[in-house]
Design a protein around this ligand. Structure first.
Ligand SMILES: Nc1nc2c(ncn2[C@@H]2O[C@H](COP(=O)(O)OP(=O)(O)OP(=O)(O)O)[C@@H](O)[C@H]2O)c(=O)[nH]1
Ligand SMILES: [Mg+2]
Length: 297
């Protein structure tokens, strides 16, 4: 092991949908955090572990920080994201290249109050027509010292991620690794299984429904090399059950098949997956329920 081996934590924050979870997965090399084209996909703090010869970095994915504070869900997401900045070594502040919104301003203001190193990371540069188009956008940050570095990347195309990792590493303490070198995440397989089911449904369902469902893993047991997983999809009203199940069970069947395939590759074993859909009025407006659904166990 190198003499100056470093180990520490970097939290990824930003408004919803900028690509935080996509970045985490790219850095770790596996899908440990779910992603979707809709905002507010991530609900819980998820650590992904990157191990290399000279460092081990725990990157922490967080829910998108946003302005809507009316629902218990929104408040829970914002609180989870803000709490994940405490006690870390570096903050990765992700925005979308060429865009700057009021919600980006909110995050920027909050980070200014902390004393952590902040790396500003404009993502999705694959959408920018040529590097020159990025220059006027970056110009606005010139001469300001609130950002330690500005590193434009494309998480999807794996562009400049090495440079980002180097910049994070440079700000970590010399310390031994916290996780075994083959660890991918600080979350349990059981938690990841529930998230994978939620990802497939989030991607298949329209409008409000993804925000009205939660997944609970009731059984997670290995028997003779097969992993048996039973999941309950909670919705709020009986009428939503039919939509989640789909005509002739089509939606649920497809979501289940995709989730199972992801689980088999992530857990490295055969998986038998059962999914039930149940209604429980008002679960998404109950912070206690939200918290309990985000905990491993
Ligand atoms: N073109 C492009 N799209 C990207 C890139 N990174 C992420 N995306 C897309 O942006 C969308 C949102 O990605 P996520 O990773 O789920 O975003 P997030 O910031 O985690 O979102 P929340 O969890 O809702 O806060 C998805 O459709 C991604 O495929 C990128 O580098 N380029
Ligand atoms: Mg996310």
């Amino acid at each position: 092991m190198a003499d100056d081996f470093r180990c520490g934590t970097a939290t990824i924050v930003g408004r919803p949908n900028v690509g935080k979870s996509t970045l985490l997965n790219r850095l770790v090399g596996q899908k440990v955090s779910i992603t979707a084209s809709k905002p507010q996909t991530t609900r819980h703090r998820i650590g992904g572990v990157l191990s290399r010869g000279d460092a081990q970095i725990v990157f922490v994915d967080t829910p998108g920080i946003h302005r809507d504070r009316r629902s218990a869900m929104s408040r829970y997401l914002n609180r989870t994201a803000r709490g994940a900045v405490d006690g870390v070594d570096v903050v990765i502040f992700m925005v979308e290249a060429l865009r700057w919104t009021d919600e980006d301003d909110d995050v920027r203001r909050e980070l200014r109050e902390g004393r952590k190193p902040v790396l500003l990371v404009p993502n999705k540069i694959d959408r920018v027509p040529g590097r020159a188009a990025l220059l006027p956008y970056l110009e606005r940050f010139r001469g300001e010292d609130e950002f330690d570095e500005i590193i434009p990347i494309s998480a999807r195309r794996n562009e400049s991620l090495g440079a980002l990792v180097d910049q994070v590493r440079a700000r970590l303490p010399v310390a031994p690794a916290m996780f075994p070198p083959d660890a991918l995440t600080d979350r349990s397989e059981r938690f990841l299984a529930g998230e994978l089911v939620r990802e497939k449904l989030t991607r298949k369902l329209d409008q409000e429904l993804p925000y009205r469902l939660a997944v609970e893993i009731e059984r997670f047991r290995r028997k003779k090399r097969v992993l048996h997983v039973s999941a309950v999809v909670w919705v709020e009203r009986p009428s939503q059950k039919g939509i989640v199940i789909g005509k002739g069970g089509r939606v649920l069947k497809a979501a289940g098949a995709e989730a199972r395939a992801n689980m088999e590759s992530l857990f490295g074993s055969r998986v038998h997956l059962e999914i039930w859909v149940k209604a429980r009025a008002g679960w998404s407006n109950d912070e206690r329920v939200l918290r309990s659904l985000g905990h491993d166990g």
